[in-house]
Design a protein around this ligand. Sequence first.
Ligand code: HEC
Length: 115
Amino acid sequence: MYKAGIFAVTSFAVVAGMATFFIGTSASKADIDANKLYMTHCKTCHGEDGKTTELGAGLGARDFTDTAWQAKVTDEKILKQINDGTPEKMMPFKEKLSQDEVKALVPVVRGFGKK
Ligand code: HEC
């Protein structure tokens, strides 16, 4: 009886520990502030509102508020563009950002088309 009690306490501690571990790892994903990432890495060319800045337009960047473009472009294309960039135009971000961060930016880009 006494032994079973210890066992129950120990397994509870193990389960609680695992729960904290999993909550801990999923929290880091939820911690990604995609809007802040956009403002840090993308705003200089694509603009705070998704409309290109002068610099971005000069390089040939597109207006993210263009609904015709939004309807045509796929999430895969957006992901690929952020990861690989375009030589001489947009730097690749795959070394700079984690894949979770790159994925989190897709809805931000999409969001500009909804306004
Ligand atoms: C140095 C300026 C610059 C920065 C910074 C920049 N981009 Fe770009 N981006 C461009 C240019 C220029 C193009 C057009 C590239 C082309 O025509 O191939 C482009 C294209 C894109 C496209 C594809 C549009 C299409 O036509 O399919 C997406 C999506 C995009 N950028 C997202 C981002 C995101 C997200 C960030 C931040 C992580 C970012 N860009 C940072 C300049 C920039």
